[in-house]
Design a protein around this ligand. Sequence first.
Ligand SMILES: Cc1cc2nc3c(=O)[nH]c(=O)nc-3n(C[C@H](O)[C@H](O)[C@H](O)COP(=O)(O)OP(=O)(O)OC[C@H]3O[C@@H](n4cnc5c(N)ncnc54)[C@H](O)[C@@H]3O)c2cc1C
Length: 311
Amino acid sequence: MTAKTVQAAVTLDSGLDITPWAPLAKLTTFKVGGQAEWLALPKTPDQLGEAIRWGRDQGLAITMLGAGSNLLISDQGLSGLVLCTRALRHSEFDAETGRVVAAAGEPWSSLAWKAARHGLKGFEWTIGIPGTVGGAVVMNAGAHGGETADILVEADVLEPNGTLHRLKPEALGYRYRTSNLQGRSDRIVTAATFQLSPGHDPAAVKAATAADLKQRRTTQPYHLPNCGSVFRNPPGDSAGRLIQAAGLKGHQIGQAQTSTLHANFIVNLGKAKASDVLALIRHTQAVIRDRNGISLETEVKIIGPFDETAG
Ligand SMILES: Cc1cc2nc3c(=O)[nH]c(=O)nc-3n(C[C@H](O)[C@H](O)[C@H](O)COP(=O)(O)OP(=O)(O)OC[C@H]3O[C@@H](n4cnc5c(N)ncnc54)[C@H](O)[C@@H]3O)c2cc1C
């Protein structure tokens, strides 16, 4: 990060404020991380487009943030413009056809309850995933045997030059918990269309959704800030099983702790720094490499500058 200069907030024609040196920790589920050099929370697609143009005109790098539920942001923060989509909310359900259209910032979990009310099956597994539609499309979020790629019809993807593409899943390079939209600041998901199965009893879909949520709440540490699964499951095994077998449950660095409930979660005990979390990630990787000869890859996206030689 470059040294901070005092800058005034900018208000664009649409009324969108772009705030300098804005704290990011509260915009993530981990509750860690520094400031954004510039931050905007557009409420409409037009505001999003205007903010992107502003960033491009200023020559700023753009980082997209949804619900920040799969991110470890550096304590030093992020340079450039951070665009958070969480105010970009809208969803439409067609109970007859099962089609669902949702804006990028719509909370993924909220779609599950709305779909259930419309008698639509296919979103139950999304319950408890605290991300947005945009984050789910980019990450190929999934659980309980379902994943975003299975139900996505098309994603609206905007380029910084204003070109909007309507892309089918086949064009998005979907694999386990990733897509070719990952790490691309020039590919911004603005909305997505999904196909669910119509004509089901709303009470039955609600009950299945509630059962999924209950199962999650008893097996995952929802009571403390975290980022979900820290590591991808290696082929044929589970990262949580390997970490638990290595005796790392409860292992702590600073205020970051490997969850005592689920070994593939790291929790923030209150005042964790991003550097504590990263140190715990690296320690876990080293232990599993030595013990099992397996290189655990991170599922959480680590962004911003980290001094990995410190400590
Ligand atoms: C308690 C808990 C449980 C979880 N359980 C699951 C689970 O069961 N399954 C699962 O798959 N995940 C799970 N996660 C992880 C996380 O919720 C998902 O990866 C989610 O899809 C991330 O969405 P997000 O909006 O928070 O994205 P963010 O974390 O904000 O961003 C993730 C990535 O997507 C990019 N991005 C976000 N929005 C856009 C956009 N509109 N356009 C372009 N790029 C964008 C970001 O730049 C970043 O690279 C869990 C997390 C928590 C905290």
